[in-house]
Design a protein around this ligand. Sequence first.
Ligand SMILES: [Zn+2]
Length: 311
Amino acid sequence: MVSLYDRLSYFAGVLLMAVLCVCLETCPARAAQAPVAPLELLVLGSGGPGAGGRAGAGYVLLLDGTPRILLDAGPGTFVRLGEARLDVRNLNIVLLTHLHADHVGELPGFVKARAVAARSDINFDVFGPGTAPSFPSTRQFIDLMFGQHGAFGYLQDFAGTVTFSTTDLDNISSVKTLYSQDGLEIHAIAGHHRDAPAVIYRVDYKGKNITFSGDIDEHGHAALRQIAKGSNLLVFNAPILDPPNSPAALYALHTAPVDIGRISATAAVSSLLLSHLSRDIDESRDAVTRSIGRSYQGPVQFAKDGLRIRL
Ligand SMILES: [Zn+2]
């Protein structure tokens, strides 16, 4: 038989739990848990180029907690953007590493999301590679999608006027400053991704910086070492294993873990984030980490969709 004492103890316990739950949700200590970082990276998409259960390449950079820069917009990043519940009304800078579909295929979805979030006029500053025989320039690409006669030309005037100030990054064999305003600096240098014109970016803000390798083969390594020198974080696209464990053709397009380690060590970056991950990489994480660790001693992290890194 349950005594009166037992009943009172039970109700006291329930009451205590309820008070604790309310406090955990509302007390100032919890609200103060996550201070705003000057520079923060949100991984929208950590996957590609194949369909491996991750969104394609895409990142948002937040400055003082405000989303300001989109870097690449691979398939699936639209969903991740919504899941992150970001206020994108100040997200007007778009950096494109190259024009492969797994990096730019979701750009119309992003532009529409941005347009309906603001319902006011928007001007996007877009930077991306110049043209090559098999690729339009970034300016042509934007025009093909959003120009007056583009596939999604209707977005120009859908929820406010949408315009694009697009810069083709041709002939940047040395580091070039693309943007310098209110403490934000964006630098770029030409990368190399076989026949696709490619750009490596570094974003600097309040003494912190992040470098993005983009998809890169060995002909881009010298440029990457140069621009990434001393970076707080290097985001390295790492879809292949050390030779000979990936298809031979991929070594003309990407960088193997052994070289990722060497480059990160030479550039003396503080930390490394492996992204653009394939299933092969996911299934061989230990081998990848060991290979990189032969030359690079800093922290190495594998990206996942939704990951946030505060600098
Ligand atoms: Zn790619």
